[in-house]
Design a protein around this ligand. Structure first.
Ligand code: ARG
Length: 458
């Protein structure tokens, strides 16, 4: 059924119908469409715009459509233009004339704006829950690895030793910020557009506050032109999703490196790895690679929608229909990636011996050796130069600073004593770093307590 056949004298060209229709994808929010309609007619009756008998018939009809769609008894068929037309046509078939009053005081423009907001709201809650599961997993790994030493890198060159808890803690912060971004978006978007009509409100005495309340919004939107043409919240969401993917992708990149034969810091579980069709020895980190790869697709959705929106005059224009496939795809992609990533890291083995051996070589304790001299009264810049010379000597001898005999130390600077070895041991290097945010056990345990409280409370 068409909602607008009256002023037309010709049938729609089939290609035009195919190009114009959105039912093939907006059926994703059939439930939100029906719940929005139930709230709308509840308000229409309260305002005496329809009778209570009409309201009951419409609501019963809408509920039976919902039940039939959920049980599979009713199938969505493609001759309809969009989910709104589909539901309305079905309703009229089921309840007759009362059904023709459903759309009183409403346009598809405010209807679709509502449906998309309701859908997005639900998905934000799911995404928030998935991120929480990921944070719990990261937190557990941190708790188990407070003294698992690993090299910390800058420029992908070994820099200073740190711990797995500290390294994973960096990602804990990122994903916590991601969650709070989702919360901000939710709060900002949570105003109800229904009642804005096509663009200029309606002449019916709608109670928009009431509809907003029925649908758990913080209130009605305050400008009807903006209401039907605002897609900012989707752009914000796509931006937040892109940031989540960027974080996941960085983490995947590290896991791919750590899982390589050269590093062997971790081993991804067989159940999260794949093989090669030709090389029997291969066990590939495809899941981590795919998550990294799918990041591009989510960024693409953000750039697409920004570009779609940039030249649209007020108020509604059909261009905006393009928001749906992009957003749906991005949301589904991110949900899948978070779940898979969580499964991958919770089953991954940490090869602690390899991490520690790697943290020990590569002069990751050179800064601490310089600090030793500073603590004995040598100015930092001089200490830096002295340790530089010692590092060069060790490179020539192919040994670590820990293995250089004391007399060699003394030849370059006589401040060194036997306690230098204790001062530059990996344990000391990490454990002495106890300013908040650093990897030392005392600092780390206080952060873990903060994180634990956050996970309990949110
Ligand atoms: N399928 C449309 C969309 O997604 C619904 C709104 C149609 N409104 C209209 N005036 N054609 O944007």
């Amino acid at each position: 059924m068409k909602l607008w056949g009256g002023r037309f004298t010709k049938e729609t060209n089939q290609l035009v119908h195919n190009f114009n229709e959105s039912l093939s994808f907006d059926q994703k929010f059939y439930k939100q469409d029906i719940l929005g309609s139930i709230a709308h007619v509840t308000m229409l009756e309260k305002q005496e715009i329809i009778t209570s008998d009409e309201k009951d018939k419409i609501i019963d009809g809408l509920k039976s459509i919902l039940d039939d769609l959920e049980s599979g008894k009713l199938e969505i068929t493609t001759e309809h233009e969009d989910i709104h037309s589909f539901v309305e046509a079905n309703l009229i078939e089921r309840v007759g004339d009362a059904g023709k009053k459903l759309h009183t005081g409403r346009s598809r423009n405010d209807q679709v704006a509502l449906d998309m907001k309701l859908y997005t709201r639900d998905e934000i809650i799911t995404l928030n829950d998935l991120l929480k599961e990921l944070l719990v997993t990261i937190h557990n790994i941190m708790c188990e690895n407070v003294t698992t030493y690993i090299p910390g890198f800058t420029h992908l060159q070994k820099a200073q030793p740190t711990t797995v808890a500290h390294h994973f803690g960096a990602y804990f912060e990122m994903f916590r910020r991601d969650r709070s971004r989702l919360r901000d978006i939710y709060d900002r978007m949570n105003y109800c557009p229904l009642g804005s009509g096509a663009l200029a409100g309606t002449t019916y005495p709608l109670d928009r506050e009431y509809t907003a309340k029925l649908l758990n919004f913080d209130g009605p939107t305050l400008n009807s032109m903006d209401s039907v043409s605002d897609r900012d919240y989707l752009i914000e969401l796509l931006s937040a999703l892109s940031t989540i993917m960027m974080h996941l992708s960085r983490f995947c990149e590290e896991i791919i490196i750590w899982n390589s034969n050269e590093y062997r810091f971790v081993e991804i579980d067989d159940s999260y790895s794949t093989g090669s069709s030709i090389m029997p020895q291969k066990k590939n980190p495809d899941i981590a690679e795919l998550i990294r790869g799918k990041t591009g697709r989510v960024y693409g959705a953000l750039i697409s929608l920004l570009t779609t929106m940039k030249g649209i005059p007020l108020a509604y224009n059909k261009d905006m229909q393009e928001d749906k496939e992009l957003t749906f795809d991005a949301i589904d992609t991110v949900k899948g990636c978070i779940s898979l990533f969580t499964g991958m890291i919770s089953t991954m083995q940490f090869r602690k011996e390899n991490m520690e051996a790697s943290a020990k070589n590569g002069f990751t304790n050179a800064t601490d050796a310089a600090d030793y001299l500073v603590n004995h009264g040598v100015p930092f810049r001089d200490a830096h130069g002295i340790i530089g010379q010692l590092v060069l000597l060790c490179i020539e001898k192919d040994i670590a600073l820990d293995d250089l005999p004391l007399d060699e130390y003394k030849k370059i600077c006589d401040v060194f004593e036997e306690d230098i070895y204790e001062a530059i041991s990996m344990k000391t290097c990490v454990e002495k770093r106890n300013t908040i945010g650093a990897p030392g056990e005392i600092a780390m345990r206080s952060v873990l307590a903060i994180n634990e409280k956050y996970l309990e409370e949110s």
